[in-house]
Design a protein around this ligand. Structure first.
Ligand code: HAM
Length: 422
């Protein structure tokens, strides 16, 4: 029979409680830390569906972007309607606030979940990946920019990420962006014979994206191209300098006027955090201001700024781990006493929920069960057989502290023992 595999670029995350190095555990831990940080900034959760109407992404992320051009997972549903697995979360958040008619108010929202992009898989690049995102809605340029960068610094600090640079740029308002795009186009069109097919396509669809070219010839050509800084207002330059100065002790920040984003909706402040330890896919978060998007999707004029973090990349950079909970392995020696012995474990669990009580569910000898407990790094084995149950006792065998002796405690004493464990 043909074997069924997971789809290319889509991975399973399977936890392994006792291994700190396990990438799935690191991902789950990073998600916990992010949730705590978002809540500590008084940001509320939003959950939107994974499937949306395809038009949503065409009209937001943009026809010119690689995401919409080549990477959408789009299908016809049974009604012949084109639907798409979300490639990112921002468009859905804005669709949702418009639909709920709350696009006239301020909101701070976070989300976490899988996104899909039909990309060429490689290290750090998947077709299904997880993003945590934050959208701060209703606040014009200023403090909201400082709040977003503060969040990034807090995330880096909490996860012990040191090898990171936050690149920041400003794309100007709509008018300056248009003027700059026009100047860039006027400069590049006479040189189009020297551009490769990909950069030519970018020039036709969104000239700003040429600045992001990886082609060395294009990069050499761009050295003489008009610079965005010459088109920016004093306010725009000042916000970049303010951000850099405010966080100079917390985060390494570089102003990079070649930084452009792969999604079309940005206006104003944009950023990406990169780390050289990630290899070719070096950006672990990115975002910026997108003041026009809400109106563009049929809502009110709603200033907005946000970011999204690639969880797999973030977790691989994290240097802090979750402290493993103390594990107690609960061993039942006879299947004749199983429900009664299980009830004891059930009661112990309610006494102290900061420890981990693993009831070994399979049959097997005491020796094999102790072997399993040792493998799982259990601190204690609690052992109960027919004799112990009759005598209302339980054996406590220390497994990590070799200097401690095994003891037998009465069921009335075991509660106190469990309560004291941390
Ligand atoms: P983005 O830069 O397209 O922005 O994605 C954000 C992050 O998602 C990237 O920095 C990267 O870490 C991760 N990521 C993207 N594609 C992949 C992939 N194929 N495999 C693994 N990780 C990936 C956005 O999505 C915007 N919605 C961010 C935003 C929110 N802007 C404003 N608000």
């Amino acid at each position: 029979m043909e074997k069924i595999h997971s789809l290319t670029g889509m991975i399973d995350l399977i936890g392994h409680k006792t291994s700190k190095e396990d990438i799935s555990e690191r991902i789950f831990y990073a998600e916990e830390i992010l949730r705590d940080i978002f809540e500590s900034y008084s940001i509320s959760e939003i959950r939107t569906p994974a499937l949306e109407s395809s038009n949503l992404f065409k009209r937001s992320v943009g026809d010119a972007s690689d995401i919409v051009n080549k990477e959408l997972y789009s299908f016809l549903d049974k009604n012949e309607k084109s639907i798409t697995l979300r490639p990112e979360g921002t468009a859905s958040v804005i669709r949702s606030v418009i639909e709920k008619k709350i696009d006239n108010d301020t909101h701070k929202l976070w989300y976490l979940g899988p996104m899909w992009r039909y990309e060429r898989p490689q290290k750090g690049r998947y077709r299904q990946f997880n993003q945590a995102g934050v959208e701060i809605l209703g606040y014009p340029e200023g403090l909201a920019e400082l709040e977003i960068v503060s969040l990034i610094c807090s995330i880096n600090r909490a996860l012990g990420i040191e090898d990171s640079v936050l690149k920041i740029n400003h794309l100007g308002n709509n008018e300056t962006k248009q003027n700059y795009c026009k100047a860039l186009e006027d400069f590049l069109i006479p040189l189009s014979s020297k551009l490769d097919a990909k950069d030519l396509e970018r020039l036709n669809k969104n000239p700003l994206r040429v600045l992001d070219s990886k082609n060395l010839n294009t990069q050499a050509i761009l050295k003489d191209a008009p610079k965005i800084i010459d088109y920016l207002s004093e306010d725009a330059i000042s916000i970049l300098n303010t951000i850099k100065d405010t966080y100079s002790n917390d985060c390494k920040i570089e102003i990079d006027h070649n930084l452009v984003r792969g999604l079309d909706y940005y206006t104003g402040f944009v950023f990406e955090a990169v780390s050289s330890s990630l290899g070719a896919q070096d950006s672990y978060l990115g975002g910026g201001r997108y003041d026009e998007l809400c109106k563009q999707l049929g809502g009110k004029s709603l200033p907005a700024i946000g970011m999204a973090i690639g969880i797999e990349r973030l977790a691989s950079l994290a240097k802090t781990y979750k402290d493993n909970m103390t594990m107690v392995s609960f061993i039942i020696l006879s299947n004749k006493i199983e429900p009664k012995a299980y009830k004891i474990a059930h009661n112990l669990r309610s006494i102290n929920n900061s420890i981990n009580i693993d009831v070994q569910l399979s049959d097997g000898s005491l020796k094999s069960k102790l072997r399993r407990a040792n493998k799982d790094n259990a601190a204690y084995a609690l052992i109960i057989g027919e004799d112990e149950l009759k005598a209302k006792k339980i054996i406590v065998k220390p497994l990590l502290d070799k200097s401690s002796e095994q003891v037998t405690l009465g069921l009335d004493e075991i509660d106190g023992f469990i309560k004291k464990l941390k």
